[in-house]
Write a new protein. Structure first.
Length: 185
């Protein structure tokens, strides 16, 4: 019973870290990366579809992405989606493919991106703390119902706190690595 609660909490905390990592992949650094655009929703026959499902994305140069739609008539919709995204890039099309050129980041833009990373990391920490709160609530309700003793409750609460601390440290490590990547010129 206690193990099930702890296992569920661990899985949910792991999921929060995975979401943070996926989210941080979409924040641009000094280099072009397909992860920056692959999840951009494109209006594909009235259905928002991730760009990676309707086009091939490659990195021919460190500062450029090349997007080859599977169907050339999708180019205008892809251009609109990229322009509407928060990347701040202008797509260049030749009728067959789209080029996205990533200019070098200014110091001011790098600092803004670091603040964004810190904000996303804090959201992940809040999600982990919410999981901790739910687990503690479940454990206390078990103790009130007489399913576990008070000693078992205290040991389980300590384990939940250790789990939370470990996951918060992981969030801090992921955020620090991304900040370093952004600030590296």
């Amino acid at each position: 019973m206690i193990e099930e609660i702890l296992q569920d909490a661990k899985e949910r905390m792991d999921k929060a870290i995975q979401v943070l990592q996926q989210d941080l992949r979409t924040i641009r650094t000094g280099r072009a990366s397909p992860a920056l655009v692959e999840r951009i929703p494109v209006d594909y026959y009235g259905v928002p579809t991730p760009l990676m499902q309707i086009a091939a994305i490659s990195v021919p140069e460190a500062q450029m992405l090349l997007i080859r739609p599977y169907s050339p008539q999708d180019i205008p919709a892809i251009e609109r989606a990229i322009a509407a995204s928060d990347l701040g890039l202008t797509p260049n099309s030749d009728g067959q493919q789209i080029r996205l050129v990533f200019p070098a980041l200014t110091e001011e833009r790098r600092r803004e991106l670091v603040k964004l990373v810190a904000k996303r990391a804090e959201e992940a920490r809040v999600a982990i703390r919410n999981v901790r709160r739910d687990a503690i609530g479940d454990l206390r309700s078990f103790q009130k119902e007489g399913l576990i003793s008070e000693d078992e409750l205290h040991r389980a609460l300590d384990r939940v706190q250790e789990l939370t601390d470990d996951h918060i440290k992981q969030v801090d490590q992921v955020a620090k690595a991304k900040e370093t990547e952004i600030m590296t010129i």
